[in-house]
Ligand binder design. Structure first.
Ligand code: SI3
Length: 320
């Protein structure tokens, strides 16, 4: 069985894949990005090539290079680097899993295949098991994101007996709002040392109450510091402060969700807040509008997430 250095806990940034204006991966800023997460946001775990990282829009060769760059740049700086290796092709997924092990990643995660879909728990487990077996020394996480995969098999059902089939199973990344399902995953697996990583940033406090051991999300790239304050308040049982932090985070996420929020907008916000150019998303996604950026910038400022001295939007000149 895989034995992780320590349980994956706390905040995990779902990393963005920086791109040039021509749509190629911009590897040159990844070192700077690692330093920004650690020093400015207090985030020391990352989840690479997931939804936010446009993993499914990259070629296998690009995914390998991106994973390698993050592992290399994160060495001695980050605690854990988990690579998402899910793909429609089992062979590709296995290749990426083997590669993650070779480069020294700390874990792998896999979504349910979403074109020819698994139709029940056993079929899904069989697919996951074959991927996990390609990296038998790496902790394995199931990435549950039913709204995007269309695979609605409940996580609670999937976890039942999963370690008998996948001995390296280490935890769940739960990107769904069904807190009954999430709570039951925790409740029914209390004897096991699984990581329960919640993936809906605007509802993290509720998931902490349910027993989340950590969180993976896009907003921890630029709201990591604020979210860490919420985690600290929760830890010291100062629930009133924790709630105030969550409400403040919600005000921002609620605002951008109403404008239309996804990977493109995350890239623009991160560019604005960090000053590191994230570039455009890969088609079919389109870059965020100038109007979105202006509105998001005003909101970040009004909530105290961005001071005038922090404003680094020089890299947003290409937005029209
Ligand atoms: C659908 C989606 O992209 N969800 C995000 C959230 O962080 C999300 O952006 C946030 O909660 C705002 O709604 C993460 O769960 C995705 C994620 O962790 C990943 O990029 O793999």
């Amino acid at each position: 069985m895989a034995s992780p250095k320590k349980q994956l806990q706390g905040l995990v940034a779902a990393t963005i894949t920086p791109m040039t204006e021509h749509g190629e991966i911009n590897f040159s800023v990844i070192g700077q990005y690692v330093d920004y997460l650690v020093e400015e946001q207090g985030v020391k775990n990352i989840f690479v090539n997931g939804t936010t990282g446009e993993g499914l829009s990259l070629s296998v060769s690009e995914r390998r290079q991106v994973a390698e760059e993050w592992v290399t740049r994160g060495r001695n700086k980050l605690d854990q680097v988990v690579i998402h290796v899910g793909a429609l092709s089992l062979k590709e997924s296995q290749e990426l899993a083997r590669h993650a092990a070779e480069i020294g990643a700390d874990g792998i995660a896999v979504i349910a295949p979403f074109f020819l879909k698994p139709w029940n728990k056993d079929v899904l487990i069989n697919f996951l098991k074959e991927v996990a077996a390609a990296a038998p020394a790496l902790p394995f996480y199931y990435y549950h994101i039913p709204a995007l995969t269309g695979v609605k098999i409940r996580a609670e059902e999937l976890l039942d007996g999963i370690q008998d089939k996948i001995p390296t199973f280490q935890g769940l990344k739960f990107s769904d709002t069904d807190l009954l399902d999430f709570g039951q995953c925790v409740d029914q697996n209390r004897q096991r040392q699984f990581a329960f990583l919640f993936g809906v940033d605007e509802q993290l406090l509720s998931a902490l109450v349910m027993g989340a051991t950590g969180a993976v999300g896009s907003t921890y790239n630029y709201l990591g510091k604020k979210t860490n304050q919420m985690l600290e308040a929760f830890e010291r049982k100062d629930f009133s402060s924790a709630l105030n932090h969550q409400f403040c985070i919600q005000r921002f996420i609620n605002f951008v969700l109403k404008l239309g929020f996804g990977v493109s907008q995350t890239k623009a916000i991160m560019t604005l807040v960090s000053g590191i150019p994230m570039g455009p998303p890969r088609p079919p996604l389109q870059k965020a509008s100038r109007e979105f950026i202006d509105d998001a910038k005003a909101k970040l400022k009004s909530l105290g997430f961005l001071s005038s001295t922090d404003l680094k939007d020089g890299n947003l000149e290409s937005y029209s």
